[in-house]
Design a protein around this ligand. Structure first.
Ligand code: PFF
Length: 455
């Protein structure tokens, strides 16, 4: 959560402004909503270890590659590949195009989940959770929210509107300044909630689930999901960090900035795990509940702590802000494309993209109980889950693979390293981006294609 992006001609005012914006893009529902439920679905600690491995071995190198591509070109993802390609750039602009489409796709389902946080905020404020004890009861409230067409579509629309208003203004000193306060507040609230969750009776079981690995549970699908989660959580594989890198001053070194973003982001995900799993196990709920997990588990914690209602309201408010700084970066990628490549006015691009995205968000919003046919849309998955897998996993993985190949081989690792201004262990980065990332990402993708065990 944090500062928004600059307009195409703008630059981040300071190094910390940039780190906050990039961390703001990275930290979001991916950490608090997606990480716990994916970990729950794939059996816990073994999944977490693979995820952490991907963050270090693939996430950090690709993050640095995206930032260098962005800053060296000063352009949106499509323009960036054209600018830096030593050839005509025709072939590689498609990688940027894939990123723009992916950003649009992610924004469409992400805003639905973000809308749920608004619904929960309203209920927390009105005291609905004060009397909620059992997971059944909070599950019932969750079901009520997601199966109401008016509420889910309405809240997704409200969230998209909020995002559009910020992105329309370009750099928002307000959000940037507010984030410098809100980010630490969010962190403190998470720590307090973790302290409460960890002392709940039976919470130790949750820790074991999170930290003691059982590798027999690790399927190919789990490995693919861990890769998708690492990329999703760090906002990689679709050009968000290329776009943010393009707004960064030339003099800034990229190494520390990139590593700080990865450390913040991963730390917040683990912290979320430390809250959710002890809470779940203490009330005897199942970790494999799917996308509703966090929404069903959290009220149990608020109920069992002093000032629970106030904590609940603060938690959902800050989660909504965290989601907002991520949706800003998603919308910014698509808008930067229309402004930079198609010559559209920023205002027009923002409203056209937001409107189109709302249309695509509707089937996702209605797929969680409001309209039956969308609940099992294809491959036994709901429309929302399908969007999540296609754009949030497969497409990001493909994007990251192509970005690594471009940075390592086509543009050239040395040029990227020059752009980073003295990266310590530059040789290790070059090896990772040229060899390790393509083999690991390509390997996971080929395995999934061959075994077909993805859906
Ligand atoms: N990283 C965000 C999260 O974890 O919530 C989601 C996201 C934002 C993914 C921006 C991709 C992106 F470009």
């Amino acid at each position: 959560m944090s500062a928004t992006s600059a307009p195409p001609s703008g630059k981040f005012g300071s190094r910390i402004g940039f780190i906050l914006a990039a961390a703001g893009s990275a930290i979001g529902l991916g950490n608090i909503w997606r990480f716990p439920y994916t970990t729950g679905e794939y059996g816990g600690a073994a999944f977490v270890l693979v995820y952490l491995g991907f963050v270090v071995l693939i996430g950090v190198p690709v993050l640095l590659a995206e930032l260098s591509i962005g800053r060296a070109s000063g352009k949106n993802p499509v323009g960036a590949f054209r600018e830096l390609d030593p050839g005509t750039g025709k072939g590689w602009t498609w990688v940027g195009g894939l990123g723009v489409v992916t950003g649009f796709g992610i924004l469409s389902f992400y805003s639905v989940i973000a809308g749920w946080t608004l619904s929960y905020l309203g209920r927390a404020l009105s005291g609905t959770f004060a009397s909620t004890v059992s997971p059944e009861e909070s599950g019932r409230i969750f079901g009520e929210i997601i199966s109401s067409p008016l509420e889910t579509v309405g809240m997704a629309a409200a969230f998209l509107l909020l995002t559009a208003v910020v992105v329309r203004g370009g750099v928002s000193g307000g959000i940037e300044r507010a984030s410098k306060v809100l980010m630490p507040v969010f962190f403190v609230i998470l720590v307090v909630l973790a302290a409460r969750a960890l002392t709940l009776p039976g919470g130790g079981e949750g820790l074991r689930f999170l930290f003691s690995p059982d590798f027999s549970k690790l399927s190919g699908e789990a490995v693919m999901s861990a890769l998708g989660q690492a990329l999703f959580s760090l906002s990689l594989g679709m050009g968000a960090m290329i776009t943010y890198g393009s707004y960064l001053e030339k003099k800034e070194g990229l190494g520390m900035a990139g590593v700080s973003v990865a450390v913040f982001d991963t730390g917040i995900a683990i912290l979320a795990g430390l809250i959710i799993f002890p809470a779940l196990f203490s009330v005897g709920a199942k970790p494999s509940a799917g996308p509703g997990l966090v929404f069903v588990a959290m009220p149990a914690i608020f109920h069992s702590m002093p000032l629970g209602q106030a904590f609940g309201a603060a938690f959902y408010a800050l989660l909504a802000v965290a989601a907002l700084t991520s949706t800003i970066s998603l919308l910014e990628v698509v808008v930067a494309y229309f402004v930079g490549e198609r010559g559209w006015k920023r205002e027009r691009a923002v409203w056209a993209v937001t409107g189109a995205c709302l249309l695509l968000a509707i089937p996702s919003a209605l797929s969680q109980g409001a309209v039956d046919g969308l609940g099992k849309f294809a491959f036994e998955q709901s429309f929302l889950d399908l969007m999540n897998i296609i754009f949030g996993n497969v497409s990001l993985s493909l994007g990251a693979l192509l970005i690594a190949l471009f940075a390592g081989w086509r543009w050239g690792a040395q040029k990227a390293l020059d752009e980073m201004n003295g990266l310590p262990l530059g040789g290790v980065w070059a090896l990772a981006i040229k060899v390790l990332c393509p083999i690991a990402i390509g390997g996971v993708m080929i395995y999934i294609l061959v075994t077909g065990n993805f859906f």
